[in-house]
Write a protein that binds this ligand. Sequence first.
Ligand code: S3P
Length: 457
Amino acid sequence: MQALTAHPAEAISGSARAPGDKSVSHRALMLGGLALGESEIEGLLEGEDVLRSAAAMRALGAQVERQADGTWRVCGRGLGGLVEPDAVLDLGNSGTGARLLLGLIAGHPMTATLAGDASLSARPMARVTEPLIQIGARFAGRSGLRLPLTVIGAAEPLPIRYRLPVASAQVKSAILLAGLMAPGETTVIEPVPTRNHSEVMLRHFGATLRIAPDQDAEADGASGTSGQAITLVGQPELTGKRLSVPSDPSSAAFAAVAALLLPGSELRLTGVGTSPARSGLYTTLREMGADLQFADPREENGEPVADLVLRAGPLQGVAVPAERAPAMIDEYPILAVAAAAAQGTTVMQGLGELRVKESDRLAAMARGLMACGVTVEEGADSLTVRGAGGRPRGGNAQPIATSLDHRIAMSFLVLGTVAERPVTIDDGMPIETSFPDFAGFMNRLGARIAPAAEAAA
Ligand code: S3P
């Protein structure tokens, strides 16, 4: 445990690049390991979650190594060439790593056991095991099919057509990864579009996918649906590729919100991924009145990228529609911090999934904000925050419980940065999963984050 304190700062200014996208990094290692030949990955996130996926791919027979210049080289075995691992695959804190690997292994005739930390071992896995059983895999685990979990992959995986009961890119991706090994076409229907990094990267590596509006929803007469059917043609030839990983919009969000809230701040965050399926926070911040631009838009291996340019100014509370949740699912904690400093009330709805993330993020944010003097109401799947119209109080009496959740830890450090009084969290270690050197990154831009003991001295 490493308690950290964020002291109130004056401004967050300068130019910086937040680390590589976590979602894209996991997928690059996995698809690189499945493809035939060599892939070279630039800008890979070297956070603990992604390093666990790298270790897992090595255990499955791929060569994965960091080169002296910081790029990563993956030598894949070709589709179907992965080997059974000798030991338990430990995915640490990573839900994405665990769920995507379950899919990948489910399509191979092998047995593997996946384990993780206390947070990951509490997270639901039935959402992936259910469709993977239809593909032909079997699972053995404790009640509720949580980790540790053994997957017995299908000797002859079947192509399936599956409608996602929850909006989840992890479940979609697990099915597509298993579907790679099946003959014929695997279709995933998502009622609301979720992040499409798997689809973009599968195409980049040579797979064929068709994406069409969801016919069934139209036939049902469902109104306002933007559902889609994603069809993967099985058993493609995937070949090694070069790719560069955009900076993670979910990680950039922390400095971005701090800069918007601290008067006088001017910040440029370079090379940020701007996929519409990930940009919900930025849409919401604009609706709140933020001066925020995507400058110099470009594309890198199929992913849209831009520099995020921000200037501080007052924010207004807003109502965030439930349909936006998939496009900003990881950003509600930091949006709640922005809402705490905005003028007026912000209402966020459709947040049920936040309860099954690295922690129960709805409860964690409500509890922590209250401890920092913010008025909040926690609903079953909603959060209402009354803004201070300036610096929130901060000054929590007890350290904020981060519960092995990196985004809770970083959000409260941003709260301390923009508050009247310091905010202390009980443990900064979980931040290593997605944003190594977060404190250094923020401090170089003007924040004052330090070990809590030092702060007390
Ligand atoms: C992710 C999908 C999201 C997100 C997670 C990363 C991914 O989870 O919260 O941090 O890389 O596919 P769900 O698919 O469970 O919503």
